[in-house]
Design a protein around this ligand. Structure first.
Ligand SMILES: C[S@@+](CC[C@H](N)C(=O)[O-])C[C@H]1O[C@@H](n2cnc3c(N)ncnc32)[C@H](O)[C@@H]1O
Length: 565
């Protein structure tokens, strides 16, 4: 009995619960029935619901059986007519009886529905239903980045993917039932493969030689394009570590073997649980020698003047965002609920049943939306104002991170990215950052399209002109992608900032210490403070730019201790 009630409960949860069908079923730990069984029944019934709605309405059973809710009717009729074992309840059970006494009528309504759809048999109807369902859940290719720290594209093509057929258009990867692969034209070492292939069972995946990473998520590290001469790199918001390991992989392929030690990648992560995942990923990807993880480290509390970071030339900022571009979020299958033929039918038992029956143009209160940001935090927004307020909070934090990154003394390039589609978190943050005092004082500018690395220059989808306040150059410098636009990627945004030094100079700021706004730091007598004596002078300087992180966290220590082999 629990199977039907528990499945009905999952399908009747309000939209504001959020999550996919899978997360709703497998996320709840106290089901009496095996979650696999609940998931299978829910998913199959949703697929068949447009046919079953017609069958139930024509057989008129909701009017005749007052104990049945529309969802329960769908589930039970599904099993009666389409499941091999029939209804999984004892023959004497009331629910089973309430359906089986209409068996003949239900069966003949199914035949009518089949004939109406010109299907010669139930199997033919099943194929139609499957095809319809596949159409309404768009297929997304599986992107695979070959991890240059442990392998190479050639090696993977000859081993893991040796039996794959190569296709030359991204759309073809999801079209054929055969295993196919597409070598990406924009990002090096990236391929797209048939999504149904069990990639996680391959040795290459288990050993970190390949990493599953959406194409758009590879843009930031590739656009940052760190070279050995740029010095060390910071990944400010690093977990789970896709971009961190990508950075390490790029830097290692830029480092000639004879050149000795490559630059360091400092990876910060505020959330302790996510930091653990980051550490495991770095280890699996073979990045231990290059990547230095500091768990529980808030990037905003890292002192840019600390000597550990004096050679940081590049920063990658991929902060928390609304996650509105992520593929597969909040995907719930559509369910077509049957209605009783007249008003004597029982009212649906819960609010959700009523909600799902509303016509699309119903002007009743708008349904709540759940924003699940990219680090899993859920926020329910039930009005446009609430959405704006959430975006305002996120964008203020994102701007703060960017302004902090601008302060690193040797920094020359920064990328800023989100997996959001909202311009408030994207072009608008870029505009505000460019107008900030720190950016002006330190000479930060946008990295224009013509100066970007080849694949990013050629990527056709750019920032919005409206979002960039009408500035076409800045809009063109910004890189965007949209889910379901035929390019096979998630919704994403990235832009790069650059600060140039005149040729032949190591630093364009002269020999004096500068404060957070770029002003020269002076002592009590008004004398400029020289960088050469930085440590002794910082305590006597008049500007408030004194010590490291300030929260007593790990990075207060001069020595590196955040990473264990
Ligand atoms: C978008 S995710 C990063 C994804 C990661 N770059 C990747 O590609 O795998 C944002 C991460 O930043 C972390 N975070 C947010 N604010 C932070 C801060 N102030 N300092 C350090 N980490 C932060 C979050 O906990 C979350 O793990």
């Amino acid at each position: 009995m629990s199977l039907y009630y528990e499945t009905a409960e999952v399908l009747s949860l309000p939209a504001s619960t959020g999550g996919s069908l899978k997360s709703r079923v497998f996320g709840k730990k106290d089901h009496k029935t095996a979650p696999q069984q609940i998931y299978a029944l829910a998913a199959e019934t949703c697929k068949w619901s447009s046919v079953l709605k017609e069958v139930i309405e024509n057989a008129d059973i909701l009017r005749l059986e007052r104990k049945l809710t529309p969802v329960l009717a769908l589930l039970l009729v599904h099993d009666l007519l389409l499941s091999k074992g029939g209804i999984a309840l004892p023959a004497s059970h009331g629910l089973r009886a309430s359906i089986e006494r209409h068996k003949a009528r239900l069966a003949s309504e199914l035949t009518r529905a089949r004939i109406k759809r010109k299907a010669a048999s139930i199997d033919a109807l099943r194929q139609q239903v499957e095809a319809e369902s596949a159409k309404s859940t768009p297929q997304h290719p599986r992107w695979v980045r070959v991890n240059a720290l442990l392998s190479s594209l050639e090696e993977q093509l000859e081993s893991t993917f040796k039996d794959f057929e190569r296709v030359y258009a991204i759309g073809d990867v999801t079209l054929t039932s055969k295993n196919s692969l597409y070598i990406d034209e924009h990002v090096p070492n990236l391929i797209a493969i048939t999504p149904s292939f069990q990639i996680i069972k391959t040795n290459a995946y288990k050993t970190g030689a390949i990493i599953l990473q959406d194409k758009a998520s590879c843009f930031p590290a590739y656009l940052l394009d760190p070279h050995v001469e740029d010095g060390d790199i910071i990944d400010s918001c690093a977990a789970p570590g896709n971009k961190t390991t990508h950075l390490a992989s790029i830097i290692s392929s830029h480092t000639p073997e004879t050149d000795g030690r490559p630059p360091k990648v400092f990876a910060f992560e505020r959330n302790p649980h996510r930091a653990k995942t980051l550490e495991s990923m770095v280890k699996l990807a073979g990045g231990n020698k290059i990547i230095h993880v500091t768990p529980r480290q808030d990037f905003l509390k890292v002192d840019p003047q600390h000597k550990l970071y004096k050679n940081v030339g590049c920063l990658l900022l991929d902060p928390s965002c609304s996650g509105s571009g992520i593929v597969g979020r909040e995907v719930l299958p559509v369910i077509h609920l049957p209605e009783a033929k007249d008003s004597v039918a029982p009212r649906p038992k819960n609010k959700e049943d009523r909600k799902r029956k509303r016509a699309p143009d119903d002007t009743a209160e708008p349904e709540a939306r759940v924003l699940i940001d990219d680090d899993g935090q859920q926020t329910v927004v039930s009005s446009e104002q609430e959405l704006q307020a959430r975006l305002d909070t996120l964008s203020s934090f994102q701007l703060m991170l960017l302004e902090h990154a601008f302060k690193f003394p040797a920094a020359k390039r920064i990328t800023y990215s989100t997996c959001s589609i909202h311009s408030q978190e994207n072009e608008q943050v870029v505009m505000k950052a460019l107008h900030s005092n720190v950016a002006r004082a330190r000479g930060w500018r946008i990295l224009t399209r013509d100066r970007q690395v080849r694949g990013m220059k050629e990527w056709p989808v750019r920032g919005t002109i409206d979002g960039a306040d009408g500035d076409r150059t800045i809009a063109d410098a910004c890189i965007r992608s949209y889910n379901n636009d035929g390019m096979g990627v998630m919704g994403f945004f990235v832009a790069a900032f650059v600060r140039e030094t005149p040729e032949g100079m190591v630093d364009d700021e002269g020999p004096y210490l500068r404060d957070e706004q770029g002003c020269i730091v002076r002592d009590v007598l008004g004398m400029p403070q020289s960088k050469a004596n930085e440590t002794s002078q910082r305590s006597t300087a008049t500007c408030d730019n004194s010590v490291a992180d300030g929260d007593g966290s790990e990075s207060d220590s001069e020595e590196w201790d955040g990473f264990a082999d």
